[in-house]
Design a protein around this ligand. Structure first.
Ligand SMILES: Cc1cc2nc3c(=O)[nH]c(=O)nc-3n(C[C@H](O)[C@H](O)[C@H](O)COP(=O)(O)OP(=O)(O)OC[C@H]3O[C@@H](n4cnc5c(N)ncnc54)[C@H](O)[C@@H]3O)c2cc1C
Length: 480
């Protein structure tokens, strides 16, 4: 896999006349960017103040308000609800949980880690159930998840992964190797093996985010948009913790930080979670003949077993949307401008699209975009509330936050309300980790890690039959 695309290669990528790069994401193209809600009008007091209106913030508000309707809750959002990864992702509502199972088991034991995995599976169904109950139409289809191996090293890794997951909470019916004649068929070029898990659904991410915001607002939560929090301060003596914005300060019993990949822009949080980029492209709708050749009538979400893996879905209007790491990290934790991605990320994703689906090689690319996700130093997500300081947070989901944020929202509800429940006993609760190294080490480290992963993928596709040592080295350096 090449990282740098030549000008000739870039020109060879078919693009529709309406091609756009950025505009937050393709997911807003059909519904348009939402009209912005009013900003915070001035300083105010609340019971709970949530910073960030992505899935984490919205789910937390939703479950808190459902549990205790008289709670006064405010959400402060720098842009608009669903502006971040929640309105840009690949739409995999899956039971995948990032983070080392062994690391959580070290502190809590294996049983609780297995309980966490089962809770993730239940979260997939919980999101679907709430969407249905609350009238949120997010194009949800629970077609499961298929992971394909396209060379023998990937196949060996896939088999190991299945065996490994079956040690950690997946029962044999939760993930298994597909037999080649499996229906409904999905033709992925070069696939030598495929695994399947029923615990995943395809969603339209922005519809979930904007629908959830509407529901939360209707429950009586105040959402203030165009309201950037510059600093979060803990309780001091009798002073409540606060969220400081240029337009006023919100004081509350609890302030919950739900800023994921943007966390590094808050005062004092620069090295907390590394903002990792993920980029996507979406094609124009494919015609019926092309779909006949590809199949994919089950709408399962699809990924490969490469180290620099890709993730894809067949959208409700019959496009292929495919994503991957692209350029993983920008120097100094910098962010994209309104979702625009780099040309080489577009080229890399298009190459992956054509490699997996040669039948779609002529399909013009309609849209490209990117977003940021939060990566903790040990790649392990966390949810936490400190009652003494009055501060809480959830995030660091790496690339698997669509379902995890729902579990986080329900867990934050229980923690804020001081309830001891099955959720608050899960091993990611209260997990702490040191920050990332300062620059330029952070930038150099991520370049080296993803360079090694790409080299490993290249060697494996050149017929190395086992996982390349370059990948082992990358895993060691990254601290995964
Ligand atoms: C391209 C891409 C593809 C992905 N694909 C998948 C997938 O298929 N499946 C999956 O499970 N996960 C996926 N993820 C990850 C998943 O989308 C995220 O983990 C999840 O959406 C995180 O939700 P969140 O609410 O914690 O963060 P976000 O959605 O990023 O929300 C954070 C919010 O905080 C706001 N904010 C930031 N700073 C401030 C501030 N100072 N003041 C006020 N507001 C602030 C932001 O504007 C934003 O709206 C993907 C991520 C990306 C970027």
């Amino acid at each position: 896999m090449k990282l740098i695309a030549s000008a000739a290669e870039m020109r060879a990528i078919p693009r529709s006349t309406e091609f756009r790069n950025g505009g937050v994401s393709f997911w807003y193209r059909e519904q348009g960017l939402p009209e912005r809600r009013a900003p915070l009008p001035g300083s105010a007091d609340y019971d709970v103040c949530i910073v960030g209106a992505g899935y984490t913030g919205l789910w937390t508000a939703y479950y808190l308000k459902k549990a205790q309707p008289d709670l006064r809750i405010a959400i402060l959002e720098r842009e608009f609800a669903g502006f971040g990864a929640s309105g840009r992702n690949g739409g995999w509502l899956s039971a995948e949980f990032a983070g080392s199972r062994e690391r959580y088991a070290e502190s809590h034991g294996k049983g609780p880690m297995i309980a966490l995995q089962r809770a993730m599976m239940a979260s997939v169904d919980e999101v679907i159930a709430v969407a249905e109950r609350e009238g949120i139409d997010a194009d949800i289809v629970k077609g499961g998840m298929r992971t394909v191996a396209t060379n023998s090293a990937q196949e060996a890794r896939l088999l190991e992964e299945i065996a490994y997951l079956q040690e950690w909470g997946y029962w044999p019916e939760d993930i298994y190797l597909l037999d080649p004649g499996h229906e409904p068929a999905l033709q992925v070029a070069g696939a030598v093996a495929a695994a399947f898990s029923p615990h995943a659904a395809r969603i339209q991410p922005a519809k979930l985010a904007t629908g959830l915001a509407r529901v939360v607002e209707a429950l009586g939560v105040d959402i203030f948009e165009d309201t950037a929090v510059t600093e979060i301060t803990p309780r001091t003596g009798r002073e409540h913790p606060s969220a400081v914005t240029p337009g006023g300060t919100v004081r509350a019993e609890h302030i919950i930080r739900a800023t994921e990949g943007f966390t590094s822009s808050l005062a004092g949080q620069r090295r907390q979670w590394l903002p990792m980029n993920s980029s996507m492209i979406a094609t124009e709708p494919l015609d019926a003949r092309t779909w006949e050749r590809i199949g994919w009538s089950g709408r399962e979400v699809l990924g490969d077993a490469a180290h620099a893996y890709v993730y894809a879905q067949r959208t409700a209007d019959d496009r292929i949307a495919i994503g991957g790491r692209g350029v993983p990290y920008r120097f100094g934790s910098a962010h994209d401008a309104n979702g625009a991605t780099q040309p080489q990320a577009i080229a890399e994703l298009w190459r992956a699209l054509v490699r997996l689906f040669p039948a779609a090689a002529e399909a013009p690319v309609a849209h490209a975009w990117s977003g940021v996700l939060g990566v903790p130093r040990d790649w392990c997500p966390t949810v936490h509330v400190d009652h003494a300081e009055g501060l809480g947070w959830a995030g660091g989901y790496v690339g698997s936050g669509v379902s995890t944020s729902n579990l986080a929202g329900r867990t934050l509800r229980d923690l804020v309300l001081r309830r001891t429940t099955e959720l608050t006993r899960l091993p990611w609760v209260g997990h702490r980790v040191r920050g990332w190294e300062p620059e330029p080490l952070r930038w150099i480290g991520t370049q080296v890690i993803y360079g090694l992963y790409r080299t490993a993928d290249r060697r494996e596709s050149d017929r190395v039959s086992q996982t390349s040592g370059f990948a082992d080295l990358a895993a060691k350096i990254s601290g995964r």
